[in-house]
Design a protein around this ligand. Structure first.
Ligand code: GLA
Length: 731
């Protein structure tokens, strides 16, 4: 049993294989958090209660609820809680705040009842972890004055060491309320000192690693951009001060949501730590009429005592097996050639077909026609919203072009950006009120485009129908779904304004759900100017996401390093592009670009027509190598072997489940005169096994590779890359 309730003590214990989570309903009906961390032994019959951890002292300026009577030692300002709300005498950051019908901002949630069930709960209209082998705990809390109810949901995936949290808010009163803040998870720690690890960035340089102590005062991260954003990824790690890659306590918190979010981390006056995650409270004032409910997106929690590397592997597992869905979830995806950096807006059907011919020649499986094929779209100033194939530009119908491409033995994919509209488009001229705009104000433009009001069904339906008409013109096997701006003017001509930011995301999910159901055979790759919406919410619909618009191999080592803390390689869109690189001007050799792109779904983003015969041969070999190693890259365990923000090299490896084969990749990031030799220590191997380098046939003992490492050859060359395949030698 993963979830145990002890009636006598009113204690709930959630066990996974290596972790335990415990909470208790106390004498006043408050739901207090007791513990989350390494597994505490205990079975159905005897779960050790950890409520001795709660301490009671009279502390100045920490008030007492009236139920405590004259007991000044009981204060919600100090006690660890599961779902702290504003206006209860807890002056730390709160997870929940409502404006009641009478204008007051108080809500005191008390335990009413609970249910334990088989399987994992799901959330209507929202992406969430799915699992049959799981249990759900539902705890109903209520504020008796306003009638507001909050149903806390906990999903426990025992083997995966994962606990999910979500909640449903319901207005059970007789007056309208406005939900001003509603986070999905709060984790309180009564002791210990922690760091917060987060992943910040910018367009074309996403998910840089940042580690900061959680100190007094609160650290607030998040996005108000309408999407999860390039600037801050919706996933954080709470790590013990000493925790490193290979050891120590750490907790992952990953939001399964693609819009505005926040994470608050704070150390309180008594040295206790609170970390919370959920919907961003700015631009969110969600009204609920009596009887209405609001579902809060899910936070996935994971704990390990074995360091950051192990935590990442846990999250990779849950994303690969319990978030990604569909036919492509476990499949090795096609190696693709994307037209964007090959020709930008300047193409016709012959250009795309020429790419297909090159693809066939090089062993590449698919050609993707990127932006520029529809409406009036010769540059990025017009045409969005007019999803009609520009046959004049192509020189033929889409169906004819796809038939030519398929005729070369190559699959076809297409780019779309359904959420957007250009002011210079027929759609906008016809329906100006379909864009998010504030009446009487000039809109904030970005890439000279506006955002469609996806909180409105008729807007989504219209775009959905137009996109389907395109997809049905031929054998389309892949769609790249893009979203190329942040949302500034959060105002809908129809909706309640406090709902728009949230309802927009729900609208995007609704559209995507309809799309994946209607076209289960089409693979969708997510994208938002590269990695501006790289989150677990999108991965529920699109099993891979274009990781960054930056295809520079050296920058990519760092971007993919940051990405790897939560997201597995099978989700990371990565391509080899031309040099000098279009984003940085840097030159790296083709081999290095190939090695780096092989830490993801692999493909090309260049015009093969411009490659020399020698380079073409190298590409052919790269594709062969990728296809050979793909099962390991997609399904193997991932190990980070260096910190490319600090070390002179970036290195990582994939190890098969049975640890009999591995692929080591390394890229030199620095070169100096008389360079000291860099040693890379491998991980995840069997210490006693002998591994053979598939190319040189040199043999090594696993323990030697892990304890002493391998010297990386010194080459007088910038950004040299190494890829070594190791296989266990049986006798
Ligand atoms: C975004 C994407 C690119 C490309 C362009 C097309 O920037 O991230 O890969 O598709 O849009 O406009």
């Amino acid at each position: 049993m993963a979830i145990i309730y002890e009636r006598k003590t009113h204690i709930f214990t959630l066990h996974t294989e290596h972790s335990t989570y415990q909470m208790k309903v106390d004498a006043f009906g408050y739901l207090l958090h007791l513990y989350y961390g390494g597994r505490i032994p205990g079975s159905m019959e005897s779960v050790p209660s950890m409520d001795y951890l709660l301490t009671y002292y009279d502390r100045g300026f920490s008030g007492n609820p009236s139920a405590a009577g004259l007991d000044r030692t009981y204060s919600l300002d100090v006690l660890p809680q599961e779902y702290p709300s504003l206006g209860t005498g807890d002056f730390r950051g709160s997870a929940f705040a409502v404006r009641n019908g009478d204008g007051s901002e108080s809500c005191s949630l008390h335990y009413v009842s609970h249910k334990i069930g088989k399987g994992k709960y799901s959330l209507e209209g929202l992406p969430a972890v799915y699992a049959e082998e799981a249990q759900t705990l539902e705890i109903l809390l209520e504020d008796s004055v306003s009638g507001i109810q909050v149903r806390l949901l906990y999903g426990v995936l025992e083997k995966e060491d994962i606990i999910t949290r979500s909640a449903i808010v319901w207005n059970g009163g007789s007056r309208k309320i406005v939900v001003e803040k509603a986070l999905s998870a709060c984790v309180d720690f009564v002791s210990g000192e922690y760091d917060l690890i987060s992943f910040h960035g910018r367009h074309a340089m996403e998910r840089n690693f940042q580690r900061k102590p959680i100190d007094c005062g609160s650290q607030v991260l998040g996005s108000r951009r309408g999407t999860s954003s390039h600037q801050c990824n919706p996933a954080v790690i709470v790590a013990g001060r000493e925790t490193g890659e290979d050891g120590g306590d750490c907790y992952g918190m990953m939001f399964v949501y693609s819009g505005n979010f926040m994470c608050e981390a704070e150390r309180d006056q008594f040295g206790q730590t609170r970390v919370m995650m959920g919907l961003q409270s700015d631009l969110f004032h969600y009204p609920l009429q009596p009887g209405e409910a609001l579902a809060l997106p899910e936070v996935v929690l994971g704990y390990t005592g074995s360091g950051l590397g192990e935590l990442s592997r846990m999250f990779h597992g849950v994303i690969r097996n319990h978030i990604c869905r569909g036919e492509y979830r476990d499949r090795i995806r096609p190696v693709l050639l994307n037209s964007w950096e090959a020709s930008y807006f300047d193409f016709n059907a012959d250009t795309i077909c020429a790419l297909a011919e090159s693809a066939a020649e090089l062993g590449i499986d698919m050609v993707v026609m990127d932006d520029g094929w529809f409406g009036k779209r010769e540059d990025d100033n017009s045409g969005l919203g007019d999803w009609l194939v520009n046959e004049k530009k192509l020189g033929c119908t889409l169906g004819e072009m796809i038939a030519r491409i398929n005729g070369c033995g190559v699959k076809f994919g297409i780019w779309i950006e359904p959420e957007m509209v250009s002011e210079d488009s027929d759609l906008y001229r016809e329906h100006p009120d379909w864009a998010l705009r504030i009446p009487g104000r000039e809109p904030v433009r970005s890439r000279n485009q506006l955002v469609l009001d996806f909180s409105r069904e008729e807007v989504r339906n219209y775009v959905f129908d137009r996109i389907c008409e395109v997809l049905e013109q031929g054998n389309v096997e892949y769609v790249k779904w893009d979203m190329n701006r942040s949302i500034a003017d959060v105002y809908s001509a129809r909706n309640d304004q406090g709902k728009v930011a949230y309802d927009y995301v729900i609208g995007v999910y609704d559209f995507l759900e309809k799309l994946v159901r209607r076209y289960p055979h089409i693979m969708i790759e997510g994208c938002s100017g590269g990695g501006g919406r790289f989150d677990a919410g999108m991965l529920y619909y699109t099993p891979q996401i274009w990781c960054s618009d930056n295809t520079d191999a050296v920058d990519r080592v760092r971007i993919q390093y940051g990405t790897s803390f939560f997201y597995p390689a099978s989700t990371v869109g990565a391509h080899v592009s031309a040099v000098p690189n279009h984003q940085t001007g840097r030159r790296t050799c083709l081999h290095t670009r190939g090695v780096v792109a092989m830490a993801g779904t692999f493909g090309y983003e260049l015009d093969p027509g411009k490659l020399s015969e020698e380079e073409k041969e190298e590409v052919r070999e790269q594709v062969r190598q990728f296809k050979k190693h793909a099962p390991l890259i997609y399904h193997g365990d991932y190990y980070r072997l260096s910190d490319p923000f600090r070390d002179a090299f970036g290195a990582w490896m994939f190890v098969s489940e049975d640890r009999s084969s591995a692929l080591l990749s390394a890229v030199m990031l620095e070169i100096h005169g008389n360079m000291p030799v860099q040693y890379v220590r491998l991980k995840g191997l069997k210490p006693e096994a002998v591994y053979e380098d598939a190319r040189s046939h040199q043999c090594y003992l696993g323990a030697a590779l892990m304890n002493a490492g391998l010297p990386l050859p010194v080459r007088l060359e910038e950004y040299a890359a190494y890829q070594i395949e190791l296989n266990e030698k049986k006798n």
